[in-house]
Design a binder for this molecule. Structure first.
Ligand SMILES: Cc1cc2nc3c(=O)[nH]c(=O)nc-3n(C[C@H](O)[C@H](O)[C@H](O)COP(=O)(O)OP(=O)(O)OC[C@H]3O[C@@H](n4cnc5c(N)ncnc54)[C@H](O)[C@@H]3O)c2cc1C
Ligand code: SF4
Length: 507
C-alpha cells in the first residue's frame, strides 16, 4: 500500500469491522511501532491494532499527572506483580495508548550491554545476536529516535549531590544518553512530554508508518490469533465503541507486540504454548527502588533533566543506579507520615534529592491468564532478594557522603534515618510486605531461543508453534538486561522487521 494511511479512533467506529492486510501488528508500543513503520515503508499493507486510546501529544502534554495516569497509563498505574514467598509486591507500570509505554519513558537509552549479548550467544545459542551483528539495528534505532548524551548543564542538583557522594566513595557516575530533541528539563517525561521533545514512538516512528500507508486503529483489543493449519492468518478482537463491535483482520502475517504482560495472554488464548510450556514464564522486571535524601540546603531537584547520570560500578553484582526525579506533587504522595507528620515532610520537598537503584534480576515471574484477566506473580530468587538491603545501604551511604542529614528508604511505615540509623538497619530482616518496589521493565515471557522446548520464538522472532506469527516486544528478551530496555526492544524489533521485509509474504 502506498500513500497516506491514517489513525482511526476505534471508539468512533460504528458496529463491526472486517478488513484485509498484508501484516497485522498487535500493539503500537516500542516494538510494534518499529515493525509497523519498517514494513509500511517497504510497501507492505500494514494494520496496527492498539488497545489504548489515541491521545495526541498536544493533549497528553497538557494533562495533570493524575489525568495522564487515567488516560495513557495501564490500570491508572496500579498494575501489580504479586510477590510470592519472600518477595515484595511489585508495582509494574506500563502505557496503554497509541505509542505504548514508550510515551511514558524518562527517555533513558542504553544499548544491550555486550556481555549480555555474548551470554545469549554462548549460553542460549543465539549467535545472531552477537554485539557486532546487533550494531546495525542499534545504530538505526538510535538515529531514528535521536539518542544523545545529556549535557552536564542539564543535571539537577538532586543528581549532582548523588554524584558527589558517589565520587567520594569510588563509584563515580557517568553521563546518560536520552532520546530527545530540544529537551528543556521540565521533568514531566513519565506523564507525556509537553514539548514533544521526547522522541517516543508516537512522535518518531508512527507518523512515518502512517505516511507510508499504515492504518492504525486505537481502542481495539485483540483477543486471539486466527490460524489455518500451521499458519497464522489474522486476528480477532473487540472494538471499544458504543456497539462493542467485533473486529477481524485477515492478514498474511501477524506480529504480536502487546508487551511482555499481554502478548503471552493473547498467545495462550490462541492455544499457543502447549509444546514448550514457556509462554508467560521467565518474567523478569528489573525490581527498582527509590531512595530520597534530606539536605540542609535547597536542592530543588525539579530543575534539570529528570534523568542525566548513572552508575554501573556494581554491574558485576547485578546492580545499576540511575538518576531520576518525580513531579513534586507525586513525590509528596510517596513520602512517609500521615496528617501533620506528612505536612512536615511535604515542607521539606525543596531540600530533597532522589535516586534510583535496580536489580539485573534472574527470571522469577510468570504471567497467568485467570478468568479472562491477566495476572502476574513474581518470586525473587534468594540471590536477588539479598541485593535489596545492599541497594539501600549503597544509596544511603552515598547520600551521607554527599552531606545528607537523613535518608528516606523505601520501607513502608518508617521515617527518615540518619547515618547511625542506616548503620543499625537490620537489612536482612525487613519484612517483604513493607518494601516498596516498582518496575517499568517487564521482559522475557515469550523468550527467544534455539529450541522449541525451551523458548517461544526462534531467532527470526517467529513462534515455534505457528508459522507467520512473530513476537516483537519486550517478551522476547532471553534474560533481563540490567539496563533500561527501550533501545534493546526497538533494536530486536528492527532486526525482526528487516528479516520480514526481505522474506516474501505468503500467498
Ligand atoms: C513509566 C515508565 C518509564 C520508563 N522509562 C524508560 C526509560 O527511561 N528508558 C527505557 O529504556 N525504558 C523505559 N521504560 C520501559 C519501556 O517503555 C518499555 O520497556 C517498552 O516501551 C516496552 O515495549 P513493548 O513493545 O514491549 O511494549 P509497550 O511499549 O508497552 O507496547 C505494548 C502496547 O500493546 C498494547 N496492547 C496490549 N494488549 C493489547 C491487546 N490485547 N490488543 C491490542 N493492543 C494491546 C498496549 O496498550 C501497549 O500500547 C519505561 C516504562 C514506563 C512504564
Ligand atoms: S524533561 Fe520535559 S522537555 Fe525534556 S523530555 Fe522530559 S518532559 Fe520533555
Amino acid at each position: 500500500m502506498t500513500g497516506p494511511g491514517e489513525i482511526v479512533h476505534g471508539r468512533d467506529l460504528e458496529g463491526d469491522l472486517e478488513i484485509d492486510a498484508d501484516v497485522v501488528v498487535i500493539g503500537s508500543g516500542a516494538g510494534g511501532a518499529v515493525v509497523a513503520t519498517t514494513l509500511a515503508e517497504a510497501g507492505q499493507d500494514v494494520v496496527v491494532l492498539e488497545e489504548g486510546a489515541h491521545v495526541e501529544p498536544t493533549e497528553y502534554g497538557q494533562m495533570r499527572p493524575s489525568e495522564s495516569m487515567r488516560h495513557i497509563w495501564r490500570d491508572g498505574g496500579t498494575t501489580m506483580a504479586i510477590g510470592l514467598g519472600d518477595s515484595p509486591m511489585i508495582n509494574v507500570t506500563m502505557g496503554r495508548c497509541v505509542g505504548g509505554s514508550s510515551v511514558l519513558t524518562g527517555g533513558v537509552c542504553f544499548r544491550t550491554p555486550d556481555f549480555v549479548l555474548d551470554e545469549w550467544a554462548d549460553t542460549n545459542g543465539l549467535t545472531e545476536l552477537r554485539p557486532k551483528l546487533m550494531e546495525p539495528a542499534f545504530d538505526a534505532v538510535e538515529k531514528a529516535v535521536h539518542v544523545n548524551e545529556v549535557p552536564a548543564s542539564m543535571r539537577s542538583l538532586s543528581t549532582i549531590k548523588f554524584a558527589e557522594g558517589a565520587a567520594k566513595l569510588g563509584h563515580p557516575l557517568k553521563p546518560m544518553r536520552r532520546n530527545t530533541v530540544g529537551c528543556n528539563g521540565c521533568g514531566r517525561c513519565n506523564f507525556g512530554c509537553p514539548h514533544q521533545a521526547k522522541m517516543s514512538v508516537d512522535i518518531s516512528f508512527l507518523p512515518r508508518a502512517v505516511a507510508a500507508g499504515a492504518r492504525i486503529f486505537s481502542d481495539v483489543q485483540v483477543d486471539r490469533i486466527l490460524s489455518k493449519g500451521v499458519r497464522a492468518v489474522g486476528v480477532q478482537g473487540r472494538i471499544k465503541n458504543r456497539e462493542k463491535g467485533r473486529i477481524v483482520v485477515h492478514a498474511k502475517r501477524v506480529v504480536c507486540a502487546a508487551g511482555a504482560y499481554y502478548s503471552p495472554a493473547i498467545l495462550k488464548r490462541s492455544g499457543i504454548g502447549k509444546q514448550s510450556g514457556q509462554v508467560g514464564k521467565n518474567l523478569t522486571v528489573h525490581p527498582s527502588f527509590r531512595v530520597m535524601a534530606l539536605f540542609d540546603d535547597p536542592i530543588r531537584g525539579w530543575r534539570g533533566a529528570l534523568q542525566s547520570m548513572f552508575c554501573d560500578t556494581y554491574e558485576h553484582e547485578r546492580l545499576l543506579f540511575n538518576s531520576l526525579y518525580i513531579p513534586a506533587g507525586v513525590m509528596i504522595g510517596t513520602m512517609p507520615g500521615v496528617g501533620p507528620a506528612r505536612a512536615r515532610n511535604a515542607e521539606r520537598l525543596p531540600n530533597l534529592a532522589i535516586f534510583g537503584g535496580m536489580i539485573h534480576d534472574e527470571a522469577g515471574g510468570e504471567v497467568h491468564s485467570l478468568f479472562g484477566k491477566t495476572v502476574a506473580t513474581y518470586r525473587m530468587t534468594r540471590a536477588d532478594r539479598a541485593l535489596i538491603p545492599k541497594i539501600f545501604r549503597i544509596m544511603g551511604e552515598t547520600y551521607f557522603a554527599a552531606g545528607a542529614k537523613e535518608v528516606y528508604l523505601p520501607i513502608l511505615g518508617t521515617e527518615g534515618v540518619d547515618a547511625d540509623g542506616l548503620r543499625r538497619l537490620d537489612g536482612a530482616n525487613i519484612p517483604s510486605k513493607r518494601i516498596e518496589c516498582s518496575s517499568q521493565h517487564p521482559l522475557g515471557t515469550t523468550r527467544m531461543g534455539i529450541s522449541p522446548w525451551h523458548s517461544v520464538v526462534n531467532q527470526d522472532g517467529e513462534t515455534w508453534e505457528l508459522e507467520e506469527l512473530f513476537v516483537a516486544d519486550g517478551g522476547i528478551m532471553p534474560t533481563s538486561l540490567g539496563v533500561n530496555p527501550q533501545v534493546s526492544i526497538m533494536s530486536m524489533a528492527m532486526r525482526i522487521a528487516w528479516k520480514l521485509r526481505d522474506r516474501p509474504l505468503p500467498s
